[in-house]
Design a protein around this ligand. Structure first.
Ligand SMILES: [Zn+2]
Length: 247
């Protein structure tokens, strides 16, 4: 599922960013278009795809930079379920893998990078004299710009704001394998080495189901319901295989 890298194809886009390899699967573009299906104007749909690309790549860069700070060599993949920053823990620290606090820092870095980008862009807008066009919407103080001289730039900024904050918050849900699920797993394991994985999987299933139902009821977002339903099912299967093993 989300933790696995997709197969390499000829349609992949490969480049390097700050010395880190980035690979974009064609399914990433399919995902971005599907998420923007409600937009009827092709120009706005294109800007939406650019906003998804910027926000998800930025999020993964956050993970990757912290992975690199811990002495590993990360690479980034954007695919049909979002993005992934990977590294090989055995390759650079043969005898000591990543510690649980390092894993928690790596997991926090993605959402943290998104919140930072939203704050940075809001700061730039203010510094450039567009402060009166900038508002903060509750409950999450999501930055929103209104009536900028350029409508398309306004649309792009609003989508980047939304994606940075919303993608970060959704990723912090204690649902495995999202960032929050990895953090919850590390914390559960610290408290209970024997049962931690199973406890974190149970929390993961409950949170995924509840959030899926919430998204469908509150925003009529059935894509999110489907996505979290799939994640809950994968977690359920993982839990069953743990229970099957006993001990
Ligand atoms: Zn992440």
């Amino acid at each position: 599922m989300l933790l696995h890298e997709p197969e390499r194809t000829k349609a992949d886009l490969n480049f390097s960013l700050l010395g880190m390899p980035v690979r974009i699967s064609p399914w990433f573009w399919v995902l971005a278009v599907m998420l923007g299906m409600r937009l009827k104007d092709p120009a706005l749909l294109l800007i939406w795809v650019i906003a998804v690309f910027i926000s998800i790549l930025w999020h993964e860069m956050g993970h990757a930079l912290v992975i690199r700070a811990f002495g590993f060599r990360p690479w980034i993949t954007l695919h049909g379920m979002g993005g992934l920053a990977s590294y090989d823990p055995a390759r650079h620290r043969r005898f000591v893998g990543v510690t649980s606090w390092e894993q928690i820092a790596i997991s926090l870095a993605g959402p943290g990078a998104g919140f930072l980008l939203a704050a940075l862009l809001a700061g730039i807008l203010r510094a450039a004299g567009f402060g009166e066009h900038l508002f903060f919407e509750r409950p999450f103080y999501l930055p929103v710009v209104e009536e900028l001289p350029n409508v398309r730039l306004e649309f792009l900024l609003n989508k980047v704001f939304f994606l940075c904050v919303a993608w970060g918050l959704v990723n912090l849900l204690p649902v495995y394998p999202l960032d929050g699920g990895q953090i919850a797993r590390e914390l559960f394991l610290r408290c209970n080495l024997r049962d931690g994985i199973r406890q974190s999987l149970r929390l993961s299933i409950a949170s995924a189901v509840l959030f899926g139902i919430y998204a469908a009821a509150k925003w009529e977002d059935y894509f999110v319901l489907l996505w979290f339903g799939f994640i809950a099912y994968e977690n359920y299967r993982a839990l069953q295989s743990y229970l099957g093993r006993g001990g």
